[in-house]
Design a protein around this ligand. Structure first.
Ligand code: AMP
Ligand code: MG
Length: 397
């Protein structure tokens, strides 16, 4: 490995070591999907809140069975007022509170009702009764600070009666794409030498998926003054500035020099990684800057490896490790000085997960990302990784 290249794991550690979570903010439950919880949540009350029936049927006052008078009804939302005595039954619906004196519930298909009476079999005490607090008793810790809020967490919070929760602040992200060749997707036909600005869309989407708020998207011309001016504005407005392109060593790559001029301190530049070698990371105070390579696949890969963990850390989230292992289905040549990140299709087989490259792996082959469920990491070295051998994979969000 060339001495000036940092390896992937160390680069990630440097990023995480330099970033502190932003102050949390209160978020309405309906807006909290994808956010990171910033408080411990315990249940204030038993869940479910009362003893209830698991079935539609009859609740009985004793379990010996026989023919019993039906003395009332308990419905969901309309509990029976009276208690149940031994030798009595009541109609009951799923989820309805069992009345005082209830011994068990029998399902409607095992009961024969006629003329205000019902014949039921003998039962075990407590059969088909869900106890209060069976899911979560009052006072139990249900969710922890740092947990990701997905659909299940939002449902649980609602069940616990929470209308809003404290979440890690959504980092404000500016996505700046550099290059005189760039035009927007909706702009007219491509002039010679022009390409569509795909990075702005892929990177902004990755940022959003990581829980960030994209507050600016701008194209930056390959011009030193324009680069400085645009970066300065982005640094003022955003918590995280993501720049694509212009971080290599060409005569029209102005990003590094502009960041230095603006007082952004470099923490690393150039990672032992393919694709994504020229990745740059730096900070100014608490402001975070990533200079990602312009090639579309390199930009997506390096965002995933370095910017996503940073955005999660800013929200107080955990490492969210999605590392796993799989068998690779093809021989793949190693690269001597750099670990490679392949875009792979995932395939579940009887002997576990298998992966295979989606298509040719050039860093400009954006469509190699399509259908990729994971990145596979091919450690640097000589020779090749043999088909059938295990490789580390990182599942994509
Ligand atoms: P650079 O890192 O600026 O040298 O760019 C490397 C390659 O990525 C060049 O072929 C650029 O045209 C391409 N590229 C740079 N920025 C973008 C972008 N925003 N969208 C798509 N391709 C880009
Ligand atoms: Mg460029």
């Amino acid at each position: 490995m060339a001495a000036d290249l940092i390896d992937i794991a160390t680069a990630r550690e440097v990023v995480l070591a330099n970033i502190q979570p932003l102050p949390p903010e209160r978020v309405a439950l309906a807006d909290a999907l994808g956010r990171v919880l910033a408080e411990d949540v315990e249940s204030a009350e038993d869940m479910p809140p009362f003893d209830s029936s698991a079935l539609d049927g009859y609740v009985v006052g004793d379990t010996s069975g026989g023919e019993l008078p039906v003395v009332g009804e308990s419905r969901a939302g309309a509990p029976a007022q009276a208690a149940l005595a031994p030798g009595q039954a009541m109609r009951i619906s799923t989820g309805a509170a069992v009345p005082e004196g209830a011994a068990a519930v029998v399902g409607v298909e095992r009961a024969e009702a006629a003329n205000g009476r019902v014949v039921v079999p003998p039962m075990e005490v407590g059969a088909n009764i869900r106890r209060a607090g069976e899911d979560v008793p009052a006072g139990e810790l249900v969710l922890r600070s740092g947990d990701d809020l997905g659909p299940a967490e939002l449902g649980a919070l609602a069940a616990l009666g929470r209308a809003d929760v404290l979440c890690g602040a959504a980092p404000r992200v500016a996505v700046l794409t550099t290059g005189d060749e760039l035009i927007e997707p909706g702009a007219g036909p491509l002039a010679p030498g022009q390409i569509r600005n795909s990075n702005a869309y892929a990177l902004a989407a990755q940022a959003q998926r990581a829980g960030a708020r994209v507050i600016a998207r701008e194209i930056v011309r390959d011009d030193r003054a324009h680069t400085v001016e645009t970066l300065a504005r982005a640094l003022d407005a955003a918590d995280v500035v993501i720049v694509s392109g212009g971080v290599s060593v060409g005569p029209h790559d102005h990003v590094k020099a502009a960041l230095a001029e603006l007082g952004v301190e470099e923490h690393f530049w150039r990672v032992a990684l393919k694709p994504g070698k020229p990745t740059w990371f730096g900070m100014r105070g608490q402001k975070v800057v990533f200079g990602l390579p312009g090639n579309p696949v390199s930009a997506i890969v390096t965002f995933h490896l370095f910017a996503r963990p940073a955005l999660r850390r800013l929200q107080g989230g955990g490492a969210h490790d999605t590392r796993s292992q799989a068998r690779i289905d093809v021989d793949y040549p190693r690269e001597p000085g750099r670990d490679q990140v392949l875009r792979v299709r995932l395939d579940a087989r009887p002997d576990g997960w298998h992966v295979a490259p989606t298509k040719p792996q050039g860093s400009h082959v954006l469509t190699s990302m399509l259908g990729a469920g994971a990145f596979a990491i091919i450690p640097r070295g000589e020779g090749q990784v043999e088909a059938g051998s295990p490789v580390d994979i990182e599942l994509l969000p």
